[in-house]
Design a protein around this ligand. Structure first.
Ligand code: DSN
Length: 418
C-alpha cells in the first residue's frame, strides 16, 4: 500500500511538518488582507508537487537542450497559448521565476546599460524592480521618477510626466505599481511614449487577474509593447511571472529570459501556470474579479466611515492604503503588529513622500483578493472595517484585542480555505 506523502513527511521531518501545519492553520484561522497574496487552487498545488519538479528543460518548446521533453513541451505550449489568448497578447514567455526576474529580463533584453526609464516614484506606489537605488537594476539603468498628485485624488500628474519624458528622452516608459490604489490612463502613457519614441511597458503584477477577469483595462488595448504580470496575486496561481509582448520583441525577450538571465525553467510551476490560466478563462473567474473590486470599494467606504484616512481617498482596484499615523497615531509597523494580534494580516507600507523609513512607514496596505477567494462579500467588509479600526484604536489594550481576535476567528470559521 502507498504511504500518504504527508504522513511520510510528518515521520521523517516533524519540524518542517509542524511548521507546515502551523501555516495551514494560520491561513485558515484569520483574515489574509495582504493585497499581493491569495489562496491558490488545489489543482495548482497538485501540479506544484508533481514530477515536473524533476525535469530540466532549458530552452523553449521544440528547442530544448535536454531530451525527454514531450510532456514539458506540452504544458509550456498550453501555458503560452492560454496566456496569449487571455491577455490578447501576440507573444508570451511563461518562464520567469517570479516578478523580479520578469522585469529584469525585460530591461536587460530591450535596453542598453545607462538607458533612461521613466517609472513611478517608489513611495507613490512604484516597485523595487522599477529602479530602486538599492536594486541592481537601479545601478545599471537610469531611472527617472514621476509622481501622483495628492490634490487630484492621487491621479498621475501627466503634465509633469510629459515634461520629464521630453527632458530625459527615456527609452522606456513604465506604467506599473505595487501600492497604488487607482487605475491608470494607459492611452495617455502610450501617447507620451510615442511623443519621445519610447517603448511603453506596463507591470500589472497586482491587477493581472482583474484584467484577465475583464474588470480592469488591458494595456494592450492602448497599444502597449510589453506587459508583465506575476501569476500568484489576483490571478491565484503559483509564484511565477509572465512577460507578454509584441511579436517583433519576442526573440529579444525570450533570449533575455533564457539564456540571458535564468537557467532551467521550473516546469512544475509552468504546469501550474497553465492550470491557473485555464481557471482564469472560466466565467466564474470574471464573477470573482468583479467581487474583489466590489469588496475593495465597500471596505474603503466603511474604513473611511470609521474615521480612517486613505491614500488617494479611496480605491479603483483591489487595494487600499491607510495612513495609520494620521488616523490612529500608530506607524505602519505598530499597526501591522496590532492587526496580527487580532488575526488580521496586513503589511506596513510607505505613503507618498513618506517622511518615515520603510521599516517604520506611515501606513499599511490592505486588499481583498484572498478574503474574496474564501467567499467574503460586501457585508463582511463592513465587519472587517469595524474590527480593523477598533483594534487600531485599542492599541495595546490586550483585553479588547483578545475580544476582537475571538470575533474575527469565529467569523473566519464560516469561510472555507480552498
Ligand atoms: N511583494 C509584492 C507585493 O507585495 O506587492 C511585490 O513584489
Amino acid at each position: 500500500m502507498e504511504t500518504d506523502p504527508r504522513e511520510q513527511l510528518a515521520q521523517f521531518d516533524p519540524d518542517v511538518y509542524r511548521a507546515l501545519v502551523g501555516e495551514e492553520e494560520r491561513q485558515r484561522r484569520g483574515i489574509e488582507l495582504i493585497p499581493s497574496e491569495n489562496y491558490t487552487y488545489p489543482e495548482v498545488l497538485a501540479a506544484l508537487g508533481s514530477v515536473f519538479t524533476n525535469k530540466y528543460a532549458e530552452g523553449y518548446p521544440g528547442r530544448r537542450y535536454y531530451g525527454g521533453q514531450e510532456f514539458t513541451d506540452a504544458v509550456e505550449n498550453l501555458a503560452r497559448d492560454r496566456a496569449r489568448a487571455l491577455f490578447r497578447a501576440e507573444h508570451a514567455n511563461v518562464q520567469p521565476l517570479s516578478g523580479s526576474p520578469m522585469n529584469q529580463a525585460v530591461y536587460l533584453g530591450l535596453l542598453e546599460p545607462g538607458d533612461t526609464v521613466l517609472a513611478m516614484d517608489l513611495s507613490h506606489g512604484g516597485h523595487l524592480t522599477h529602479g530602486a537605488p538599492v536594486s541592481h537594476m537601479g545601478r545599471i539603468f537610469r531611472f527617472v521618477r514621476y509622481k501622483t498628485d495628492p490634490g487630484a485624488a492621487g491621479a498621475i500628474d501627466f503634465d509633469e510626466l510629459r515634461h520629464a519624458a521630453r527632458d530625459t528622452r527615456p527609452r522606456l516608459v513604465l506604467c506599473g505599481y505595487t501600492s497604488y490604489p487607482r487605475d491608470y490612463d494607459y492611452a495617455e502613457f502610450r501617447r507620451i511614449a510615442d511623443e519621445v519614441g519610447a517603448l511603453a511597458m506596463a507591470d500589472v503584477s497586482h491587477v493581472g487577474g482583474l484584467i484577465a477577469g475583464g474588470v480592469m483595462q488591458n494595456p494592450f488595448d492602448a497599444g502597449f509593447d510589453v506587459v508583465t504580470t506575476t501569476v500568484h496575486k489576483t490571478l491565484r496561481g503559483p509564484r511565477a511571472g509572465m512577460i507578454l509582448c509584441r511579436k517583433d520583441l519576442a526573440s529579444e525577450i525570450d533570449k533575455s529570459v533564457f539564456p540571458g538571465l535564468q537557467g532551467g525553467p521550473h516546469m512544475n510551476t509552468i504546469a501550474a501556470t497553465a492550470i491557473t490560466l485555464k481557471k482564469a478563462a472560466q466565467p466564474s473567474f470574471r464573477a470573482y474579479a468583479s467581487q474583489v473590486l466590489r469588496n475593495a470599494k465597500e471596505l474603503a467606504r466603511a474604513l473611511m466611515a470609521e474615521g480612517a484616512t486613505l491614500v488617494t481617498g479611496g480605491t479603483d482596484n483591489h487595494m487600499i492604503v491607510v495612513d495609520t499615523v494620521s488616523s490612529f497615531g500608530l506607524d505602519g509597523r505598530e499597526a501591522e503588529r496590532v492587526l496580527d494580534e487580532v488575526s488580521i494580516t496586513t503589511n506596513k507600507q510607505v505613503i507618498p513622500d513618506d517622511p518615515r523609513p520603510p521599516l517604520r512607514p506611515s501606513g499599511i496596505r490592505i486588499g481583498t483578493p484572498a478574503a474574496t477567494t474564501r467567499g467574503m462579500c460586501e457585508e463582511d467588509m463592513g465587519l472587517l472595517a469595524g474590527w480593523i479600526t477598533r483594534a487600531l484604536r485599542a492599541g495595546s489594550d490586550e483585553t479588547t484585542l483578545r475580544q476582537i481576535r475571538d470575533e474575527v476567528e469565529a467569523h473566519c470559521a464560516h469561510f472555507a480555505v480552498p
